[in-house]
Design a protein around this ligand. Structure first.
Ligand code: T4K
Length: 399
């Protein structure tokens, strides 16, 4: 790599990067195509409510995932709320604590008690054996999460849900383009929800989608995301406004056209990080398990404090000082976050040692088109140098 020997910024040097490197810097597809599509929408005077771009985006997504129905929405949080209602969830729903807070909040927002489950530390995903121990007479469903785009143990979860007559949904906000045992995400459980927030590798500025192979559920979702209306003015149920705009769909369609290229970009950066971090004591890049093919939209490594000589937080502070805006998703876990932290007996009736341990070790690094391969190498060099100078960094952070 090109990094010259220098003082780390945390030890008094200049930040290596002048411009900050963000986790979640948007991938922007062919701008000309996006603008053309937006111009067409304006020319048509059809800006939202099931316009041609929204219909095309739904069609393209369904085709990509090989799924029967797709309903796009204004974001994934509202999509989860609509799905929770349309799917008839109530009482208690089991979900991993180690996820973005939206997975839990959307349940609570709908008057459901989220019950936090532990994870398998190797995969970061929900542990079905632990989930089984959380089932009570009030349980109506399981909300799995394909964490960081790595598909959850879908076979065991399907068995568990089937054995107890539970609904099985997936928060697939991270996982479009990933697959498990050759089956694309979008086809698991009763329905799945994608996110197209600007920080996701496929984005529509803001946006989400519910995908399902269940005809009846799709019809209810479609109605509820449009104020509970059916054909014409007929209202069949409670509903909300979760519709996507044509501008968002223009970005979404163009972004989705780019997905194979973006997965290559992500994979290339992942391989570069893997090579660059190889052999750094106490630093381990998280890799997909054998069953899964992943979109690599998140680069996550773990810090073993004893081996690295630095805590996760000391290493993050070192990176931030260099203008590498590393994140610690999803520290500290939903059960240790407001409002759940105040009533752990209700929300986390069993201890969650694996979620707590992993959430204290993870660091998320920049990837996608927002970082070059040279910069990836430089970020790795900073991490290597930080571990080599761990005693000095520790002394500086104690001073
Ligand atoms: N379920 C899961 C498992 C999720 O992870 C999420 C969302 C959801 C459900 C809900 O999906 P949505 O309702 O959002 O569709 C972000 C995102 O807002 C959120 O979508 C995402 N997950 C979550 C993990 O992260 P922030 O607050 O950390 O992102 P933000 O806006 O601070 O941006 C991160 C970095 O990216 C910053 O350093 C700045 C940079 N950035 C950001 C934006 C928006 C840019 O350079 N340009 C931009 O346009 O939450």
């Amino acid at each position: 790599h090109t990094t010259m020997p220098r003082d780390l910024a945390i030890l008094g040097g200049e930040p290596f990067f002048v411009q900050p490197l963000h986790v979640g810097r948007p991938n922007v597809p062919d701008e000309r195509k996006v603008m053309e599509r937006i111009q067409q929408a304006i020319d048509r005077r059809w800006l939202t409510s099931f316009g041609p771009l929204v219909k095309q985006f739904e069609h393209d997504l369904a085709l990509t995932a090989g799924v029967k129905h797709c309903i796009v929405t204004c974001n994934a949080s509202i999509a989860l709320q609509v799905l929770i209602r349309a799917g008839g969830l109530r009482g208690e729903v089991i979900l991993p604590s180690f996820t973005f807070i939206a997975t839990a909040h959307t349940l609570l927002w709908e008057g459901i008690t989220p019950i936090f489950c532990d994870i398998d530390e190797d995969t970061g995903n929900i542990d079905p054996d632990h989930a089984a121990r959380l089932i009570t007479p009030k349980t109506t469903g399981i909300m799995g999460v394909h964490l960081w785009g790595h598909p959850a143990p879908t076979e065991q979860l399907a068995d568990l849900a089937g054995a107890h007559g539970l609904r099985l949904f997936y928060d697939s906000a991270h996982a479009i383009g990933s697959s498990r045992l050759g089956r694309p995400v979008g086809n698991f459980g009763d329905a799945e929800v994608y996110s197209f927030h600007a920080t996701k590798f496929i984005n529509s500025f803001e946006g989400g989608a519910i995908v399902t192979n269940d005809d009846e559920l799709a019809e209810r979702v479609r109605s509820m995301h449009n104020y509970g209306r059916g054909e014409g003015e007929y209202v069949s149920s409670i509903g909300t406004n979760a519709k996507m705009t044509e501008v968002a769909a223009a970005m979404g369609i163009t972004s989705l056209e780019n997905m194979p290229y973006l997965i290559d970009v992500n994979r290339e950066r992942f391989e570069h990080y893997r090579a660059g971090l190889a052999g750094v004591p106490g630093v381990e890049l998280r890799c997909p398990s054998r069953e899964n093919t992943v979109n690599h939209q998140y680069i996550v490594f773990e810090v073993d404090e004893a081996e690295a000589g630095l805590s996760r937080d000391e290493l993050v502070a070192t990176l931030l000082a260099e203008n590498v805006l590393a994140r610690t998703h999803f520290h500290p876990g939903c059960h240790r976050t407001e409002p759940y932290v105040h009533d752990q007996a209700t929300y986390a009736p069993l201890p969650l040692p694996h979620s707590e341990a992993l959430s204290d070790r993870v660091v998320m690094l920049p990837t996608g088109t927002g970082i070059t391969l040279t910069e990836v190498g430089q970020v790795c060099d900073i991490i290597r140098q930080a571990v080599a100078q761990a005693p000095a960094i520790r002394a500086a952070s104690l001073a």
